[in-house]
Design a protein around this ligand. Structure first.
Ligand SMILES: Cc1ncc(COP(=O)(O)O)c(C=O)c1O
Length: 439
């Protein structure tokens, strides 16, 4: 569909289409090092790229050639991670950026402008809610929240003529109140709106939102995709399936020529037009480029995603069930528990294993939560989720501290609630640590 060939220097050594998930997480996106034959793609620490000639430089800028221009836009180390994640998510193209927040911002900026709005499910990561309520509001882009994603009347009330996208998280942070992605995708399809899905906690190992109708998938790849907790990064994936030309609302970055008389990104790049818009018209303008070194850490981390996820999921299911029966625990928010009202949905979407980030409410309110948290030893007291280390956090006094009491209550962030991110340590050690802290 495109009339511009892909960058020949960055062609993957092999086409990994049709290979299994475990094979693609290791090989997809790699390219042959022609200098030394290095097996691991070398870190391309460069800000820019030499032009072969006067004409070559002009052609690259005009988009007539496939050569690289500048690492704010594209870098070979970033491309390895991008192709790997696009392959795992089943998308057409991915863009890596400097953080999950940057990914969410760029993904939605490519679809909205001042005076327009989008609709989001209400149970989302607190930083995303703050981003929407502060920086998006300052840019004139509004958000409307749907509190019950299964309530079609609520969706209908919130979606208006100036709504340009729908945003949701597959497994919300921190309440593990999983979203019926098929239901939300049906709402988006009914209104012919692009659905943007944060798949950070589920990862493509558990669910691939593009297969359920998402137009765009975003990640805080700081988390499970990297797995090491050593660096911040974010990713945007263009599913390549949304019908931009047929959409009833305008998406000018994609469908209108950038200069009078020119051709639109849709005309030039077809199914990767959204990715082109996000990369060239948003990320390149705003500048949240991912460093080549962090790109390298990200694509190295992805190599073991499925192995880590298996351990995360097994540990989380064991710990959630154990916590639920502990006398000093009031409740556990883990949709995969047999006692959860969401268990049937958890079975349908995730085979009952709903990630490894969930909430536990201990007895004794804030004082109980404080005693529990301060006694942990294997669990780290910190913000972050999704690396191999287990972590615990008290949202009411940290991530959600800027929310007023009414909003905290509505979001279910109570004084005794603690968010756990279950790591890959020996499960016996984690249980013993929790047991000591709960004693
Ligand atoms: C679900 C989710 N989305 C997005 C983010 C933001 O990502 P980052 O911290 O990489 O900017 C986070 C961070 O915790 C998150 O948990």
């Amino acid at each position: 569909m495109t009339d511009i060939p892909d960058d020949s220097l960055l062609q993957p050594e092999y086409d990994w289409t049709g290979y299994g998930f475990d094979t693609r997480q290791i090989h997809a996106g790699e390219y042959a090092d022609t200098v030394a034959g290095a097996r691991i793609p070398p870190i391309a620490l460069t800000a820019g790229y030499r032009f072969e000639s006067w004409d070559d430089g002009r052609e690259r800028f005009a988009g007539e050639s496939d050569g690289l221009i500048y690492s704010r836009q594209r870098n070979p180390s970033g491309s390895v991670a991008e192709r790997r994640i696009a392959s795992l998510e089943g998308g057409a193209e991915a863009i890596v950026v400097a953080s999950g927040q940057a990914a969410i911002t760029a993904a939605l900026f490519a679809l909205t402008r001042s005076g327009e709005r989008f609709v989001s499910t209400a149970s989302i990561y607190s930083g995303t809610r703050i981003l929407f309520g502060r920086s998006f509001a300052r840019m004139g882009i509004g958000v409307d929240y749907v509190w019950n994603p299964l309530d079609d009347e609520e969706w209908e009330r919130q979606i208006g003529p100036d709504t340009k996208a729908i945003f949701t998280e597959t497994i919300p942070n921190p309440k593990n109140d999983i979203v019926d992605i098929d239901h939300v995708a049906a709402v988006a399809a009914r209104h012919r709106l692009p659905l943007v899905v944060d798949n950070t906690i589920a990862t493509p190992y558990l669910v691939r939102p593009a297969e359920h109708g998402a137009a765009v998938v975003v990640h805080s790849s700081t988390k499970f995709l990297s797995g090491h907790g050593a660096a911040i990064s974010g990713t945007i994936v263009d599913a390549g399936t949304f019908d931009w030309a047929g959409a009833p609302r305008p998406y000018p970055l994609i469908t209108e020529p950038p200069v009078p008389g020119g051709r639109s990104l849709l005309e030039r790049f077809g199914r990767t037009a959204y990715a082109r818009a996000a990369r060239e018209a948003v990320v390149n303008d705003l500048g949240p480029a991912l460093s080549p070194f962090t790109s390298f850490l990200l694509h190295q981390g992805i190599e073991t995603l499925s192995l880590r996820m298996e351990r995360h999921l097994d540990n989380a299911a064991t710990i959630a069930a154990w916590l639920e029966q502990h006398p000093n625990v009031e409740s556990v928010d883990y949709a995969g528990l047999p006692s959860s009202v969401q268990r049937p949905l958890a079975e349908r979407l995730y085979g009952g294993r709903t990630g490894s980030v969930f909430a536990v409410t201990v007895r004794g309110g804030e004082a109980g939560a404080r005693r529990f948290t301060d006694r942990l030893r294997v669990f780290s007291r910190m913000t972050n989720i999704g690396d191999v280390r287990s972590m615990a956090l008290h949202p009411a006094t940290t991530t959600h501290a800027s929310f007023d009491g009414e909003l905290q209550e509505r979001l279910g962030i109570t004084p005794g609630l603690i968010r756990l991110s279950i790591g890959t340590e020996s499960v016996g050690d984690l249980l013993a640590d929790l047991d000591r802290a709960l004693a």
